[in-house]
Design a protein around this ligand. Sequence first.
Ligand code: PHE
Length: 357
Amino acid sequence: MDGLDTLRDRWLRRIADAGDAAALDALRVAALGRKGQISLKMRELGRMTPSERQAAGPALNALKDEVAAALAARKVALADAALEERLRDEWLDVTLPPRHRRVGTIHPVSQVTDEVIAIFAAMGFAVAEGPQIETDWYNFDALNIPGHHPARAEMDTFYMHRAPGDSRPPRVLRTHTSPVQIRHMQAHGAPCRVIAPGRVYRADYDQTHTPMFHQVEGLALDHDTSMANLKWVLEEFFTAYFGTRVKTRFRASHFPFTEPSAEVDIQCSWEGGTVKVGEGQDWLEVLGSGMVHPHVLSAGGIDADAWQGFAFGMGIDRIAMLKYGMPDLRAFFESDIRWLRHYGFSALDVPGMQGGG
Ligand code: PHE
């Protein structure tokens, strides 16, 4: 059969030139498909004489096999090339340093709360809790602050909205943790030794006041608990908390729920914009305290002739500022990520007696 060599050369060249799998498949159909050029040629064999067929048949079959083999080989070559290219494109440098993972921090208020709990726990105090939305009875009346008392106005209380006709007792955002005293006395009676850390609310805003802040209440009742015990407990607390003996100043004061009452200041300096405890000429008031008033014991269901004791309320944010040197309380609650990173604590820091920042 004439022209078979030309045919062969043409198809092998086309196959070698096929740029991708689709082009190659089109060539396969055009050559070996049902109406492909080589298939049609093979059909011509039927119209030949036996001797012609004997000569042309093997040659044509050989051509068909050669083209099929070339198609298969080219297919493999194209697949290899595609894989090579993908490997080149998707190359990954596993030696690059990993992307930095940002780790959150423990807020100073949480850290200090844990430190306070740890220190008082070592002195035998348990932790008590109460609601942040209180009735005005627990927040005021039970604490010997009657309706007309100026302390109600002084505290800049947030009152909860009350629909007209609502007969439930008026509710407030608790202005201090002292109502937990009443709740604890009612639930557990005397003797007792508890602290109650938590959020409190007053409409006040400046460098050392925010509308929400944190207090820890203390309450210790027994037959002969006295002001002397109060002073010892507090001085012991400050020593453990600051890790050094800190000068304290007990000032006679007045609270409706304690008699006698004392406010306690800590010696500090504000030089250079940061506060340092245990030096300098300044004092920072950190708590109010006193002997629990008999009216308060009675409101808590406790026999005021049989039991007596002390209570105190301390500003957690204040003592955090003093220990860790934050100059402005407002920044505590602004959620500025830079402040949180700077003043926050590692989750692995154990709140010890003198835990450093
Ligand atoms: N509740 C007072 C305050 O918020 C503090 C205090 C607590 C004073 C207990 C005496 C006794 O200022």
